[in-house]
Design a protein around this ligand. Structure first.
Ligand code: SF4
Length: 708
């Protein structure tokens, strides 16, 4: 579409921040700059944008921090030098070939991002699993939603979000746990707010150890002790059973595991559960009453459940509440995992994690591996899961991994126990960094730097939290010699001598991807770029001749993707394996996001308006704890854990429980100092199933800073 006046072109795209996936209209001005506004016709946001989305254009217009050309050094003591694309990729291919020949394909790895487009994910996954012959391809989505992926698969048979955003307006009870959507998924939350305003009887229950902005809409806030989510969910489950507020018909005909679950949840009394969780029996009863009375019940969650050493069990304990009440596969109901990143879902579709295959195929299934191998005409696919995000850095540290290629992510701010990751990159024999910005700390360790095109500088697709695939137009050219990520990977694959990477454009990559989904549960074989451009966005599955817009809701027939076609109610223990506070480290540290920053601030940190909201890192401490340590608001504290330290200003607040402190996760190194970096402290313990780290709980000590 084109528009008159000062704009040359006006094209649609999708916001590249959170998994809500708001539609935007991007205008390209005559001077080459872009402006962004909410797309009024887009079903997700209907024209609304949050502070981050409204300021998207600054990140593209400001090219001052952009990487403009490939750089390389021949040994670690040399400075990086500008080189041609051919030289950079030929040398990288030569080094990768040497390591693969000498140490095997598992000696190299790719670490990518939930912000990659689906086409980018597709080619890097194909390269690694199909041609290099290793499953060492993982992404920062591992840090974000891998617990939800595993839980959906265990409970519903596949990693499939059953409901859609339009169910919000049909629900009359929301259970929001381990999430602060008012800040982190703002437009989705505005829909909940509007729905509640129009329907005041709608009940909203928020579960969070902190009082957040989300709580201001809540009828009930359960301010639980950190880590006690499973106990709470089981207590509510027990009350629902006791009160007869379960759907016996659904349980008998469409679910398995209820007897074991029921026996388990009755092992704890309500008194015990309330004590463990640190909330009143009355409030747990009230939560069960609201859920029990609901005609439409949506549970929503994100990092508070996912980022835990028992993240999968936390997810399952929550999904159980939807299953025992039969609130799944029907309008206004279902368990809705709020995806953190804009295209974590697209990455899952193409199998872009170390334990997945394309289109939700199973790595352990020999037939699935064979299907993909034959389709790609590549090497046999290894049945062994590859290294996950944190495991890659462990393997660099102990020498198993020789080379890592980091693609569009900033692990030296975002990984837990991050100083270990820093040591790992120092020891790595060869580091490739494929990046947009010249800011990430990883660049200091790179042997090769490859400049990538940013959002709006390339075309492709993304999928949001409700399975909605959207098409993103290319609006403007990338600066200097930067090129799209998919093109970088394909050029490299050709330098390696692999067939199957001579795509002319992203249309051809996308066409290959959708072909591989045919006859699977996420079948989008009917969803060409043409269909997407015409319909702007479509929810999968979308087979050939599907209805316009795709599939709003899954499991309407109550047939799940498990072998028995029944949903599985898992009787998960409420055992807890996080690092407990003790005499040396007496406080519980939890980490999270602030409203106007995104991840490691490489985009939002460029925008003055967004930096005005909260200007520097801080630690939230309850006044009672602060008084005991003679700390005042604004004092500098030294916070230590068994892994490192930070120095940040105190923010006194009664919105956190005594004994618990909170640090935002966004800040990395500033002017060479890493003392604001929350992940110096966090624990790299992992959930045994999802391998997601325990970001939300570790033990720390706090002391007033004294000048040396
Ligand atoms: Fe972008 Fe998420 Fe804000 Fe929507 S809610 S504008 S997708 S950051």
């Amino acid at each position: 579409m084109s528009s008159p006046g000062k704009n040359i072109t006006s094209l649609t795209s999708t916001c590249c921040y959170c998994g809500v996936g708001c539609g935007v209209v991007v205008n390209k001005e005559k001077n080459g700059d872009i402006t962004v506004s909410g797309n009024k016709d887009y079903p997700v946001n209907k024209g609304m944008l949050c502070s981050k989305g409204m300021n998207l254009h600054y990140t593209v217009n400001d090219k001052s921090d952009r990487l403009l050309y490939p750089q390389m050094r021949y040994n670690k003591s040399m400075p990086l030098q500008r080189v041609s694309w051919d030289d950079a990729l030929e040398r990288t291919a030569a080094v990768f070939k040497t390591f693969i020949e000498k140490y095997g394909p598992d000696s190299v790895a790719f670490y990518a991002s939930g912000q990659c487009l689906t086409e980018e994910y597709y080619v890097v996954n194909k390269l690694m699993k199909g041609f290099i012959g290793s499953n060492n391809i993982d992404t920062n989505s591992r840090l974000c939603m891998s617990s939800a992926v595993a839980a959906y698969k265990l409970a519903l048979g596949e990693d499939s979000v059953p409901l859609c955003y339009d169910d919000i307006e049909l629900a009359d009870c929301f259970y929001v746990t381990g999430a602060n959507p008012a800040w982190c998924h703002p437009i989705l939350w505005r829909r909940v707010e509007a729905h509640k305003a129009a329907n005041p009887d709608t009940r909203i229950i928020v579960v969070d150890p902190r009082v957040t902005d989300t709580c201001s809409l809540a009828d009930l806030h359960l301010q639980i002790n950190p880590g006690t989510d499973i106990t709470l969910n089981h207590a509510i489950g027990r009350l629902l059973i006791e009160n007869g507020d379960i759907d016996i018909g659904f349980i008998r005909s469409h679910a398995e595991g209820f007897e074991q679950y029921s026996a388990l949840v009755f092992k704890r009394t309500l008194v015990e559960s309330a004590k463990i969780c640190g909330v009143s029996e009355r409030d747990i009863r009230l939560a069960a009453k609201y859920i029990g009375e609901a005609k439409g019940f949506i549970s929503m969650w994100t990092m508070g459940l996912n980022q835990s050493a028992v993240g999968v069990n936390k997810n399952l304990s929550l999904i159980n509440l939807n299953l025992i009440t039969g609130h799944v596969g029907k309008p206004g109901s279902g368990p809705l995992s709020l995806t953190g990143q804009p295209n974590a879902m697209g990455g899952r579709e193409v199998g872009g994690l170390a334990n997945l295959l394309p289109a939700h195929r199973d790595l352990k299934n020999p037939l699935h591996r064979q299907e993909v191998q034959q389709f790609w005409k590549g090497k046999p696919i290894s049945p062994e899961p590859g290294l996950t995000a944190t495991e890659m850095f462990e393997a660099l540290n102990d020498g198993r991994l020789k080379a890592i290629w980091i693609m569009c992510t900033n692990p030296l701010t975002s990984l837990p126990n991050v100083r270990l990751a820093e040591e790992a990159l120092k020891k790595a024999k060869f580091v490739v960094v494929q990046e947009v910005s010249n800011k990430p700390e990883t660049l200091a360790y790179a042997d090769v730097i490859l400049p990538a095109a940013a959002w709006a500088e390339k075309e492709g697709t993304m999928t949001n939290s409700e399975r909605r695939v959207s098409y993103l137009n290319k609006i403007t050219d990338a600066p200097g010699e930067a090129i799209p990520d998919a093109e970088i990977i394909c050029r490299f694959a050709r330098k390696m001598g692999y067939p199957g990477f001579d795509f002319k454009n992203s249309t051809e990559i996308y066409a290959e991807h959708v072909k591989l989904t045919a006859k699977t549960n996420i079948d989008i074989s009917g969803l060409s770029y043409e269909v997407l451009k015409e319909q702007v966005s479509v929810q999968w599955p979308y087979k050939k001749k599907s209805k316009a817009g795709g599939t709003e809701r899954l499991f309407a027939d109550r047939k799940f993707y498990t072998p028995s076609q029944k949903a599985i109610i898992h009787a998960v223990p409420d055992a807890f394996s996080s690092e407990r506070p003790d005499a040396d480290y007496p406080f519980i540290l939890t980490t999270g996001r602030i409203r106007d920053q995104w991840h490691t601030m490489s985009k939002t940190g460029k925008v003055n308006k967004l930096n005005q909201h909260i200007k520097e890192a801080f630690i939230e401490i309850h006044p009672r704890d602060a008084a005991a340590m003679h700390l005042k608001d604004g004092d500098i504290t030294v916070v230590t854990s068994r892994r490192g330290e930070v120095q940040v200003k105190v923010k006194l607040t009664t919105q956190i429980k005594p004994g618990v402190v909170f640090l935002p996760m966004h800040w990395g190194k500033i002017l060479g100092s890493d003392l604001h970096r929350a992940n110096n402290l966090t624990n790299d313990a992992l959930d045994p199933i999802s391998k997601e780290p325990d970001f939300k709980y570790c033990a720390v000590n706090i002391a007033k800073y004294k000048k040396p």
